[in-house]
Design a protein around this ligand. Structure first.
Ligand code: ATP
Ligand code: MG
Length: 546
C-alpha cells in the first residue's frame, strides 16, 4: 500500500484526530441490477482499503430500493466477485431490510412539517421545478396539514393509490439554487414484487432519501461515492439531520469515477450485450465485469494493484486500457509458469538425432523457488513459421538457411536444408543439432543470439485459443455511442500446438506461452480439448507519457 495518503484518508485522519470518529466504518453499496465491473473494483478498493488501513469496518449493503430491476442472481455474483477480489465484508445488509426505518423517518418528517403528499404527476413536478436561473413554483399540495399528509401517506402504503398517482415530497426550498433541494420526491407508489420483501410494500423510497438513512442507521462514518453525487450532498445532510440521527453522522465524500478507454462502465449497456446475445454472458472473457476479467485471466492482485496505482482524485479522467494490461502483465510475469506453444507450426526434421529424451525446463525464472518440468525432445518438432526466414532481413537472430538458433531448454539447431511447396512457401526444414549444445551443459562453443520455442511433433496437443480484443472500437470522428462502436472482431478462435504438460492444467490456471503472451485455461475446456483465453500479449503498449 502506498505511503502517500489520498484526500479521503486526510479527511479520515483529521476526523480521528479531532475525536469526531473513533472507529472508521465504510460501506460498499451496489444496486443488485447487474454484475460488478472494473469501475466497481475502484470503489471496492477504496472502501475496503480504508477498512484494512484503519482497522475499521466495511459493510456490504445491497442498495435494493428499486424492485423492478433487481435479481438474486446479481446478489450472488456480487458476493462472489468481492470475495474473489480479496475483500471480506463485516455486515451483509440489504437496504430493503430498513424499509420500516425509512417509513418511520418519512412519518417523522411529515410530523415535523417537512414532508407532504403531492398528487402531481412526474411531468408536473418537473415543469414546476424551475431551472438553474429560475426558482421553482411551489406545489399546490405543499400546504396540506400534517394530519392530512399522515392519512394520505398511510393510504399510499396501504395500497389505496395506483402507481404514479401520489408521491411524498420533502418540504425544503423551491427557490434553492441547488435543484436537488427543491422539494425532492422521497417516496413513490409502485406496486411491484421485491426480490427480498415480496409484496409487503407498494411504496418505495427514492435513492436520495434512502441512502443517507441506510448509512446513518448502520453507523457509517464515511460514505464514499462518485462525483455525480456532489450536488446531492446538501440533501444527504438534510435527511440525516432532520431525521435526527445521533452523532457522529455519516459524511459523504465524493471521488472521480474510473473510466478506461474502450471499456464499458455501464451495467445497463453490459446487460444489453448479454440480453442481445452479443457476448457469451456476464462473464464472457471480453466483458469488463469482474467475473469476465477473472475468466479472462486477470489476477485479482493485478486489479488491486491497478486501483492503487491510478489513485483517488476529484478530477474526472480516462485511464488507458493499456495501463490495466500492464499491471496484469507485471503480476503474471512474476507468477505465471512458462510453457511452449506454436501457433503457426512449421515441421522440422532433425537428421542427426535418434530416439527421444526428457529435458528438464524451468517453469518460471522469476519465481522465488524455481521449479522444473519435463519436456520430451525427438527428431520431429514444430517451430513457429514466424521464427524462420527464407530471406532474412539484416540482424535476423532467428532461424534462416544455414543459420543457427537455440531451441528453448534443448539444443542449438542448424538449418541444413529447406523443402518448399510448389507455390514457393516453406514446407518443412531439414535440420541438425549442434553436438554438445544441450541447454545448461553447452560445451559446443557455438554462439547464438536467438532462442525460440518449439513443440515435439510426437506428443504435442492441439489446443483452442480465443484471441480477444476490446468490445469497443476506438472513438472515431467523435462517435462515442457504445451502440455504434461494437467491435465485431473482438473474438477470434484459432488453434495451436502445445506441450502436453498443459493436460494437467486446472481451469483458471494461467501460463505464459513463451514469446507470445499470457493465457488462461477456460472452463469451456472438455476432455481432450483445452480452450485458452488470451489474457495479454507480452508487449507493453502502455506509454506513461501519453
Ligand atoms: P452503473 O452506472 O454501472 O450501473 P452504478 O453506479 O449505478 O453503476 P452501483 O451498483 O450503484 O452502480 O455502484 C456501487 C458503488 O460503486 C457506488 O458507490 C458507485 O459510486 C461505485 N461505482 C460505480 N461505477 C464506478 C466507477 N466507474 N468508478 C468508481 N466507482 C464506481
Ligand atoms: Mg447506481
Amino acid at each position: 500500500m502506498s505511503e502517500f495518503k489520498n484526500f479521503i484518508e486526510d479527511i479520515i485522519d483529521s476526523d480521528l484526530a479531532s475525536g469526531k470518529v473513533t472507529q472508521v466504518c465504510t460501506r460498499f453499496p451496489p444496486e443488485p441490477n447487474g454484475y460488478l465491473h472494473i469501475g466497481h473494483a475502484k470503489s471496492l478498493c477504496i472502501n475496503f482499503g480504508i477498512k484494512n488501513k484503519y482497522n475499521g469496518k466495511c459493510n456490504l449493503r445491497f442498495d435494493d430500493t428499486n424492485p423492478s430491476k433487481e435479481d438474486q442472481e446479481y446478489v450472488e455474483s456480487i458476493k462472489r466477485d468481492i470475495t474473489w477480489l480479496g475483500f471480506t465484508w463485516d455486515k451483509l445488509l440489504f437496504a430493503s431490510d430498513y424499509f420500516d426505518v425509512m417509513f418511520d423517518c418519512a412519518v417523522k418528517l411529515i410530523n415535523k412539517g417537512l414532508a407532504y403528499v403531492s398528487d402531481e404527476s412526474a411531468d408536473e413536478i418537473r415543469e414546476r421545478r424551475g431551472t438553474l436561473t429560475e426558482p421553482g413554483v411551489e406545489s399546490p399540495y405543499r400546504n396540506r396539514s400534517v394530519s392530512e399528509n399522515l392519512q394520505l401517506f398511510y393510504q399510499m402504503r396501504n395500497g389505496v393509490y395506483p402507481d404514479g398517482s401520489k408521491v411524498l415530497r420533502a418540504k425544503i426550498d423551491m427557490a434553492s439554487p441547488n435543484l436537488n433541494m427543491r422539494d425532492p420526491v422521497i417516496y413513490r407508489v409502485l406496486h411491484a414484487t421485491h426480490h427480498n420483501t415480496g409484496d409487503k410494500w407498494c411504496i418505495y423510497p427514492m435513492y436520495d432519501f434512502a441512502h443517507p438513512i441506510e448509512d446513518a442507521h448502520e453507523g457509517i462514518t464515511h460514505s464514499i461515492c462518485t462525483l455525480e453525487f456532489e450536488d446531492h450532498r446538501p440533501l444527504y445532510d438534510w435527511v440525516v439531520r432532520e431525521c435526527e440521527f445521533p452523532q457522529p453522522r455519516p459524511q459523504q465524500i465524493e471521488f472521480a469515477r474510473l473510466n478506461i478507454t474502450n471499456t464499458i462502465m455501464s451495467k445497463r449497456y453490459l446487460k444489453k450485450l448479454v440480453d442481445e446475445g452479443k457476448v457469451m454472458g456476464w462473464d464472457d472473457p471480453r466483458m469488463p465485469t469482474l467475473s469476465g476479467l477473472r475468466r479472462r485471466g486477470y489476477p485479482a492482485a493485478a486489479l488491486r494493484d491497478f486501483c492503487e496505482r491510478i489513485g483517488v482524485s476529484k478530477a474526472n479522467s480516462e485511464v488507458q486500457e493499456s495501463y490495466l494490461q500492464s499491471c496484469v502483465r507485471d503480476e503474471l510475469n512474476r507468477t505465471a509458469n512458462r510453457v511452449m506453444a506454436v501457433f503457426d507450426p512449421l515441421p522440422v526434421t532433425i537428421t542427426n538425432y535418434n530416439g527421444s529424451e526428457q529435458l528438464s525446463v524451468e517453469n518460471n525464472p522469476n519465481a522465488d523457488n524455481v521449479t522444473y518440468r519435463n519436456v520430451t525432445f525427438s527428431n520431429r518438432i514444430y517451430i513457429d513459421r514466424a521464427d524462420f526466414a527464407l530471406v532474412p532481413p539484416p540482424k535476423y537472430h532467428r532461424l534462416k538457411p544455414d543459420g543457427y538458433v537455440r531451441l528453448k531448454g534443448a539444443y542449438i539447431l542448424h538449418c541444413d536444408d529447406v523443402a518448399l511447396n510448389d507455390d514457393g512457401t516453406v514446407k518443412q526444414l531439414i535440420c541438425s543439432i549442434v553436438p554438445n549444445s544441450k541447454s545448461g551443459e553447452d560445451t559446443s562453443g557455438v554462439k547464438v543470439k536467438g532462442v525460440i520455442q518449439w513443440v515435439n511433433a510426437a506428443d504435442c496437443i492441439d489446443i483452442t485459443v480465443r484471441k480477444l480484443q476490446s468490445l469497443l472500437t476506438d472513438v472515431q470522428d467523435g462517435v462515442t455511442d457504445f451502440n455504434l462502436r461494437f467491435n465485431a472482431n473482438s473474438l477470434q478462435v484459432v488453434t495451436a500446438k502445445a506441450e502436453p504438460s498443459l493436460l494437467s492444467a486446472q481451469v483458471e490456471d494461467k501460463f505464459q506461452f513463451m514469446r507470445v503472451g499470457y493465457y488462461v485455461l477456460d472452463r469451456d475446456s472438455a476432455d481432450g480439448n483445452l480452450v485458452f483465453n488470451e489474457i495479454v500479449n507480452l508487449k507493453d503498449g502502455f506509454n506513461p507519457a501519453i
